[in-house]
Ligand binder design. Sequence first.
Ligand code: NAD
Length: 294
Amino acid sequence: MNKGILGFIGLGNMGRPMATRLLNAGWDVIVYDLDEAAVQALVQGGAQPAQSVVDVANKASTVLLSLPNPAIVQTVAQELATGKLSKRVVDFSTIGPGAAVKVAEILGKNDCTYIDCPVSGGVPGATAGTLALMVSCPTALHEQLLPLLQILGKPIHVGEKPGQAQTAKLANNLLSAAAIAISSEAMAMAVKGGLDPRVMLEVINAGSGRNSATQDKFPRSILPGTFDYGFGTGLAYKDVRLCIDEAEQLGVPMVVGAAVREMLAITNSVYGADSDYTSICRVVESWAGVEIRG
Ligand code: NAD
């Protein structure tokens, strides 16, 4: 891929480390975020600041997005579609398949191709370049983008059409949130029953109950009581809502999924959208009358 200038819009928990990796790999990156401090942090690392979304679209032929939700991505896409240079938009945001199709149409009117590319692996994966990148776009374009995407992690081409990668991502995130919820219940029972939480995690992670919550979220953010994994409750709630909506449209029952959505709704109302989604465990702890710390 031609090493032209890259645009990066959305420099939050995920966008910041991803843009930093691209800068460190020698790419020229022009960055934009509504939060001026987020822009300045990247400028310190060698990025050029942009004044607006349109400024990015006038200076970069490939624009990368890491934005919170479908409505914001659609608004930004409308602005990008007026840009002079932008020809490809790689979207790392989780917005659901319906919104991905709409965004592809908006950009397509200006001869700009949408690459649906949600990611998994959280802030640790974004920092280490070990994200799973689910990509749906024409095969030739995927191959062209590989040198760029491989700086961020492992690209997996899931299909040719926008929205297919979003479907993959929603399925993954349902499992990620479900793992925290059910592991919290199991751990609360074990700890209240007198077991050491560290020993319990050792047992689960050597046994058939192991999952991404017991292997990563509990040791990193729950046992220390920091609840700072780096993924907002509001964003996780959005993802699981999008997942259940999609399943409903497809006629797929999600009985357990609906329970996970309710756990996130409660966490969102008790601890707020800006809390970390590992706070699901705090809800279980308060109901069980036990803290899982070690
Ligand atoms: P975040 O809230 O930390 O960051 C979003 C950034 O977008 C913020 O800096 C915000 O100021 C900026 N922004 C909002 N509206 C904007 C606009 N109109 N123009 C420019 N900038 C704007 O969110 P995040 O955790 O980095 O997640 C970003 C996306 O990645 C979401 O879709 C999320 O679901 C997905 N995701 C997050 C994680 C995670 O672990 N945090 C993992 C995988 C995927």
